[in-house]
Design a protein around this ligand. Structure first.
Ligand code: ADE
Length: 256
């Protein structure tokens, strides 16, 4: 059985796609599912890599297809996120604990944030897959970061040696790009350390289907008035280096 790896946009995983020894491509719903192995990761574990496109619906449809057609045994979502807590800097790494749909609100019929008829407001990521991803992220921070991210990029973007944090993630169909929106989101989901647009949707699909999920996000911006500029710069120059580095280390560690 293979491992599904998803990200939203090509810039988040172009290095991973480039490194994949491809065996097969399959187009469905306007998306290409690339099957192959990752040389240098010390494993022949088969991977199915796909760009879901942005947002909860696109991500959910892609995850369901990975499960139904590609029969993946687990899914890893890798990509970028906006920081919600002041301690997180651009380049830090978050491994998801619980995932919340911050724009879910069927009140007054159901409590705000609760997923109607599922009876929960957040979904936990799989513990053992998340531990593997966390170890991979820590190994990347320790050994891969300086080697893989060119010095010019580290200096231009002022990227620190990444700190790896395990924390809650809020997902919704909004790019959060003002100080006011960020403040409102922090009130709405106080435990969330960062915001993105797909993770909690994939978490719901995986929860319903009994498939383990882990989500890793590199901070690209602070979900504030500068978010659009910071996001563009990070995804253009750095994001996919982190994605490949973390996944490669996580696969390697799984063997040792
Ligand atoms: N992904 C990366 N940055 C984001 C932001 N500020 N809002 C939503 N999703 C994001």
């Amino acid at each position: 059985m293979s491992l599904g790896i998803m990200c939203a946009i090509p810039q988040e995983a172009s290095r991973l796609a480039g490194a994949l020894a491809r065996e097969h491509e399959h187009v469905h719903g306007g998306r290409t599912y690339y099957t192959g192995t990752l040389p240098g990761a010390g494993t022949s574990e088969r991977i199915v890599l796909v760009y879901s496109r942005v947002g909860k619906v696109a991500a959910a449809a892609t995850a369901q297809h990975l499960i139904d057609v590609h029969r993946v045994k687990a899914i890893i979502f890798t990509g970028v996120a906006g920081a919600l807590t002041p301690d997180l800097r651009v380049g830090d790494i978050v491994v998801a604990q619980n995932l919340w749909q911050h724009d879910m609100d069927a009140s007054p019929i159901f409590p705000p944030l609760e997923i109607p008829l599922l009876g929960v407001s957040s979904i936990a990521a799989d513990e053992s897959l998340s531990a593997r991803l966390r170890a991979g992220a820590e190994a990347f921070a320790r050994e891969g970061f300086e080697h893989d991210v060119p010095r010019a990029v580290r200096e231009e973007l002022r990227l620190p040696t990444p700190r790896v944090v395990v924390g809650d993630i809020a997902s919704g169909d909004r790019f959060v790009s003002t100080d006011a929106e960020r403040a409102a989101l922090r009130q709405r989901v106080p435990s969330a350390v960062c915001v993105e647009m797909e993770g909690a949707a994939v978490a719901q699909v995986c929860h319903e289907q009994g498939v383990p999920l882990a989500v890793v996000r590199v901070i690209s911006d602070s979900a504030n008035d500068h978010a659009a500029r910071d996001f563009e710069r990070f995804i253009t120059e750095a994001a996919s280096v982190y994605g490949l580095g973390i996944i490669r280390k996580a696969l390697l560690l799984d063997r040792s």
